[in-house]
Each structure stands twice: as C-alpha cells, then as structure tokens.
Write a protein that binds this ligand. Structure first.
Ligand code: C5P
Length: 399
C-alpha cells in the first residue's frame, strides 16, 4: 500500500517518526510530506532516512514529475499527523499552497487527520467548524488525546499515540473492499413539492447521511449513484449524481435505476404529501381573505414499491425511518411496525426532534432487520453510522 504521511508544524512531529516506522515495518511504502514550518521541529533528513524516499514541501520541486497531482492520485492512504489548527483550516478551505495541501486536494483515498494543538485552539469555534467541514466531507478526523501538552498545561489536544493512529488508519483501509463490484444507489436530501412557479413544500433534510453513505460505499469499493433531492451536504467525487426534485421525480429516477442496483438505500426525506394542484401562475394574495387552503394528496411510497418489485437476483434494500415517540409507543415501537410494513432488508431508525437527526454532524440510530428486530445501535459521525449500516449490508451480501 502507498501511504502518504503529512506532517504539519507542531512539536508532536517528533512522535510521527514512530508512525512512519509502523507503516514501513508492515511493508508499506511511505512518502512523507512535511509542511515548511514543520521542518523547524523535525528536519527533512529524518524523514528521508526513515521513509527511504526523497522529501519536499513545495509544488515547485520535481515539477517534471507533476508531483502535486501524482502523489495524491496514487496514494492508498493519507495520514496527517500532527495536524495543526492551521493545516486543518487550509484543507477545509481547499487551499493548495504547498505540496501537502495539493496532495490532499487530488486524493480519492481515505484521509486520516490526527489533530494536535493547544486545548484553546481545539475548542475554538473556527477549528470546530473546520473539523466539522472535514468530517462532513468524509475525512476521518480523530479526536485528540487528553493529557500533558507542550508547556505546563494539559487538556484535550495531545497527538494520539502513533500506534493508535496507525491502527485507526489500517481499520479504515481494511474494511474498504467488501462492496467491490457492487452498484449502490442512494437517494438523499429532501424532496420539494411544487406549489406554484416560485413556491414548494419542503423539509429540513441536509442530505448528509446520504452523502456519508455514498462516501462509505465508495471507500468499500462500490460504484455509487446518488439520486439527489434538495441538499446542502457536499457530494464526494467519483459519485454519479442524478438530480431529483419532487417525490414523483425521485420515484421515476429510482425506478429507472433499480434494475441495475445491487443495493438501494432510501435515505431521502420524501414528502408524504404533495399539493393536489400545481398553480401555473404565482398564487396571489386574495383581497379580503386572511387564509389560504392548500389541498394535499398522498405521494406514492417509493420504498414500498421498490421492495415489492425487487429485481430477481439478490438486491438489498435499506429504508430509513425518522421517528418521534408518541402516546402509542416509543421510537422503536414505531420503527418495528414500519420495518414490517415496508419490507426492506434493513430499516435504520433514528429519533428526530430539535437538534437530532436533521442537519447535525452526528447521528444515533438503531438498525432493524426485516422482521423489526434490532441488530445494533450506533452513534457517531454520520460517516461512522454509514459504515455501521454498510457492515450489515455487507453481511447480508455475503450470505
Ligand atoms: O413512511 P416514512 O416516510 O416514515 O418512511 C421512510 C422511508 O420510506 C425512507 O426510507 C424514505 O426514503 C422512504 N419513503 C419513500 N416514499 C415516500 C415516503 C418515504 O420511499 N413517499
């Protein structure tokens, strides 16, 4: 495996010598790309000796080999350790002002980021927002360890131990190929049900759980098509995007794609109802009336339609259920009933409400089987939740 170790300018850079050794001893090829400032802590000679490869920091070295593009394209894994607040910010901004950031921007492999900085910097809203951006884009950002920092202070911000970073990275790479050769079709985002030429009925879905599933499926070797309703989450590269506006459009797209799909995942928040009549002209305020009544009609249940007309040869269908508890029963009770009704192989149930599920970086779900029995409970980033769902998909696929 070709591993790129990116080293940014923090004192914990010295510990990364052990990380380079860790990968080398497992037989991997390691290319170290330090930032210019990191050379104040550990010099290029150390990295060259440990990795056995030349080291440069700038896109203007070895220009004839087009290094700034080639290294990223060829890498199987990139680990950035230590990752300072500055490199996290530069990557989040999509900058390419040195060889490391250019490499990150051209890479399609998993990227692990191991932050190390003072607690104040880690807790700063700017860093928190940058870390959230990276996680939403599918970077695997570790939480820093808690303990003694450079000076007399201690707190969150220590570089995790090199062997922990190595093991974390290998776990991510090791699980990447169990969906190889499969076509995964994912619907994501929220549908918009048109009312008139300027208005629609919509919902809060950001599409982040769907795009995280897309990224996770790519990492595990699948070919991925994303049927994208309205969404704000960034779509990973290498995904075929099929736009879909309303529930009826989304249904059309899913029916077109279903024959060629080995796995279908319906994360989209599909509107249950749409306006019964589409007004060709903008609806005007009527003089003397303070009310407007909009009649709604039911949308077709796409998930149900897909499960009742499955492709002959094995197709795995996953549904989602955003639930709230009520007087009839709790979230799981409703989830179980829905699993039985929808006929999917897996139903992913999450509780929604204020700051839960919609638009948040994290999610907490229970995965039910086709009989509504819980297979497991997972909390974490939406990418971690995505992998937990795909663990179950891969398990069914292997049967
Ligand atoms: O019935 P409910 O909307 O709670 O079901 C949620 C699941 O069903 C999701 O997987 C969603 O994508 C899918 N769905 C659908 N067609 C609808 C409504 C929901 O496929 N009209």
């Amino acid at each position: 495996m070709r591993v790129v170790v990116g080293v940014s300018g923090g004192i914990a850079a010295y510990k990364v010598a052990h990380l380079v050794r860790f990968f080398k001893e497992l037989g991997h090829s390691v290319k170290v790309i330090p930032t210019q400032t990191s050379l104040n802590f550990v010099g290029a000679a150390t990295w060259e000796a440990l990795s056995g490869q030349p080291v440069s920091t700038s896109v203007f070295d070895a220009v004839d080999e087009v290094q700034h593009v080639r290294i990223g394209q060829e890498a199987d894994l990139i680990v950035i350790a230590p990752a300072t607040a500055d490199i996290v910010a530069r990557i989040a901004a999509g900058r390419t002002d040195d060889l490391l950031t250019a490499t990150v921007l051209t890479a399609t492999c998993p990227i692990v980021v191991a932050p190390a900085m003072h607690t104040e910097m880690w807790n700063n809203p700017a860093t928190a927002a940058n870390v959230a951006t990276l996680r939403a884009r599918g970077f695997h950002v570790m939480d820093p360890a808690v303990g003694r920092l450079t000076g007399k202070d201690s707190g969150a911000g220590r570089l995790p131990e090199p062997q922990d970073i190595g093991a974390f990275a290998l776990d991510i790479v090791g699980r990447t190929k169990d969906l190889a050769g499969m076509h995964v079709v994912i619907s994501a985002g929220g549908t918009r049900e048109p009312l008139d030429p300027v208005r629609y009925l919509g919902n809060h879905s950001s599409g982040l759980q769907g795009t995280s599933l897309a990224r996770a499926a790519l990492e595990r070797g699948a070919r991925v098509t994303l049927v994208a309703a309205s969404m704000t989450a960034p779509v990973p590269g290498n995904v075929t995007v099929v736009p879909a506006g309303s529930a009826l459009e989304l249904r059309e797209r899913m029916l077109e794609l279903k024959q060629d799909a080995d796995v279908i995942i319906m994360t989209a928040a599909v509107a249950d109802f749409r306006p019964a009549h589409y007004a060709d002209a903008k609806i005007k305020k009527a003089d003397g009336s303070d009310e407007l009544t909009i009649s709604l009609v039911k949308n077709p249940d796409i998930l149900k339609e897909l499960t009742s007309a499955r492709r002959e040869s094995g197709q795995i269908i996953v549904g989602f259920a955003a639930e709230t508890g009520d007087s009839q029963g709790d979230v799981l009770y409703h989830g179980r009933n829905k699993a039985l009704r929808k006929g999917a192989d897996l139903l992913v149930v999450n509780e929604v409400g204020e700051a839960k599920g919609f638009g948040t970086a994290d999610n907490s779900v229970v995965i039910l089987d086709n009989e509504g029995e819980p297979l497991g409970e997972t909390s974490g980033t939406k990418l971690e939740v995505a992998h937990a769902i795909l663990d179950q998909v891969a398990r069914i696929a292997a049967r």
